[in-house]
Design a protein around this ligand. Structure first.
Ligand SMILES: [Zn+2]
Length: 385
């Protein structure tokens, strides 16, 4: 059984212990006692070194704690060192979670159903249908007040049978480890915590998400909150530099620019269609009729709205046939005037079906596609215009 030193001293960052057993060729070590926190209760494992070797992961095996190592170590006495910035960050986030959860009960009676401490942000799921912005502000400010009061956070061991006044009832029996924020909260928890609410630093609530009838609240505490606020400021500054207004004015300006861009896009589409129509008419005027009196053109390239508009304008003249051929994706478009003697739909359907493709249309306009560009030559020949 491994003695968990972090239970009684969350600030222990260097310790000596005996490696009493190893597995996996010395890369999985078991100690008589450890300050390494294993992943549990929503809090991730500690990193650090054991006997000078990097600890990659720490796993809770109920009675024992396994330390997964970068390279093998031997049994016997070893110096161990916890990666303190990582651990202290976890302590800030985890104690911040207790504070935020307690404040959400105190202010709105929203109980926390789960907690997850992530690499970038942490989340709690609360039993609430929604959480309005005003409530978020109140919760953040209440957390800041309690942090400023530097309330003691203490760990005690109490018998589960007595009336403990816990925020959330514990399912465990026997002796419970209870983490208390003076005058605010009592929770059964095995995690590592700071000793005063002042050490949590700022708490910032970020994204809210509705999940299975609960609200998931993303938050950051301590140094993470400062770094996040700094990053947000840089992002906003970059946006405000790009749109050349103070960032308070950026949202309204960006919204106006989006509207303007939509209007311009519509105008551009209209102009492109008009241009294509005129191109079709000019092309008709510039194309000489063949011996049978029909004007025919074949164009290569993408088949898009402009191609369709050009083709339709071309065949708006009498005795006209317009064929467009595209290699990628392999496809054709055929337009024919009513007096051309060509049924576009029939011709395209027959030609592309024979080449393993699909398509069709009416007398005046038809489109089709084939599986490969190699089949296009045969299709054009088969359409025979
Ligand atoms: Zn906790």
């Amino acid at each position: 059984m491994t003695t968990r030193l972090y239970y009684d001293d969350c600030y222990l960052r260097e310790f000596r212990a005996n490696v009493i057993e190893t597995a996996e060729g010395g890369r999985r070590a078991y100690l008589d006692r450890t300050a390494f926190y294993p992943t549990s209760g929503g809090q991730p494992y500690d990193l650090g070194t054991l006997g000078g070797v990097a600890v990659r992961e720490v796993i809770d095996e109920d009675d024992r704690i396994a330390h997964l190592l970068e390279s093998p170590i031997a049994t016997g006495e070893a110096e161990a060192r916890i990666d303190w910035p990582r651990r202290f960050d976890h302590m800030q986030q985890h104690t911040g979670q207790h504070l935020l959860s307690a404040v959400l009960i105190e202010l709105f009676n929203y109980p926390t159903v789960s907690f997850h401490l992530g690499a970038a942000t942490s989340t709690i799921d609360i039993e609430a249908a929604s959480l309005e912005p005003k409530k978020i502000e109140r919760a953040e400010e209440r957390c800041a007040e309690i942090a400023a009061e530097a309330r003691p956070v203490v760990i005690t061991y109490e018998d589960s049978s007595s009336d403990l006044g816990l925020r959330k009832e514990s399912k465990r029996g026997g002796t419970l480890r209870i983490v208390s924020i003076a005058g605010l909260d009592r929770s059964a928890c095995g995690g590592t915590h700071v000793r005063s609410t002042a050490e949590i630093g700022p708490i910032l609530i970020r994204k809210l998400e509705k999940i299975r009838g609960n609200v998931r609240i993303e938050f950051v505490c301590g140094l993470r909150a400062i770094r996040q606020a700094r990053q947000d400021f840089q992002t906003l500054s970059e946006i405000s530099r790009l749109v050349s207004v103070p960032f308070e004015e950026a949202p309204a300006l960006v919204a106006a620019q989006i509207e303007k861009a939509k209007t311009l896009e519509k105008a551009a589409q209209k102009l492109a269609a008009e241009l294509a129509r005129r191109e079709g008419l000019e092309l008709y005027a510039a194309t000489a009729p063949d011996a049978s009196g029909v004007r025919r053109v074949t164009q290569k390239g993408a088949i898009d709205d402009a191609t369709r508009a050009r083709a339709q304008a071309f065949v708006s003249g009498s005795k006209a046939v317009f064929l467009a051929v595209c290699e990628n994706p392999p496809s054709v478009l055929l337009a024919a005037s009513a007096d051309s003697g060509v049924h576009a739909g029939d011709r395209v359907k027959a030609a592309v079906t024979a080449a393993g493709g699909r398509g069709g249309g009416n007398q005046a306009l038809a489109q089709g596609s084939v599986p490969t560009a190699a089949a296009l030559g045969g299709v054009v020949q088969s359409i025979g215009v």
